[in-house]
Design a binder for this molecule. Sequence first.
Ligand code: MN
Ligand code: MN
Length: 307
Amino acid sequence: MTAERGYHIEDIRSRARAAFIGLAVGDSLGAPVEFMTAGEIEEKYGVLKEIVGGGWLRLKPGQVTDDTDMALCIARALAAAGGWSLTGIADNFAGWLKSKPVDVGATCRRGIRNYMLKGTLETPYNQWDAGNGAAMRMLPVALLTLGDERMMADCVVAQARITHNHPLSDGACVVLGKLLHLALLGVSKSRLRLELEGLLAQHESFRFDHYHGLSTGYVVDTMQTVFHHFFRGRDFEECLVGAVNQGGDADTTAAIVGSLAGACYGMEGIPRRWLKKMDKNLLAEIDRLARKLIDLSPLATAAAGCN
Ligand code: MN
Ligand code: MN
């Protein structure tokens, strides 16, 4: 079926699936070197290009961490609700925290605990909340809101504020949402770079022209690392290998790069040897959720004449 303005909904579903699988692949590729420096990675692996497992979390090859887990929480909540549901997302986060996940960021843990204890859906502003924990998990919201930028901006910020309340975290979520929307519709990478230039006029701190190699969990460092490696890499693999070997918060930067690169290059771009390392059930669930979220989006429902 061809949607309005020439979009092929099946292509968009496929890009959405690649974006979500790209996120999980980036997470499992980067997690073994999370918190290592670029120099330490080079000493141990040369250039890390394979999904090896291990690291400070002692992961099995292909195992994912909080980045994928929290994105899955959001996707499951939205798919189950058949649309936007902030309480659904918070309930899924709570269930996940109770399941004793392999790792949880401190800011995320605090926000989810406050929801569990007090029902708080928006954590108060905090100057220390400029971590990347809200940006790393926002992809499913971009899928659900495809075709409506305003809804995207409202919803990505709302999900962020369950745990993080800081303008830099909010800004990162919105900028990523806009780029993902464009990439999902199949715009070229050079056009994405131009669009980003426009967005950076309002988000100066994410400028990456003079990238200094800082790849910490501070969302400014994370965004600069993501943009540097996403726009530098010539294919999915190069983008991810670049981000991972930068070290620091490597699983999170690679997860975000993976979602952008997945949307941009599609399933054909994701190396088969990486897909083979991933859990089959996880990939099947991501596949189902990505399709469902796109089918619930304003773009798909408008195309189907349901609006
Ligand atoms: Mn992680
Ligand atoms: Mn991380």
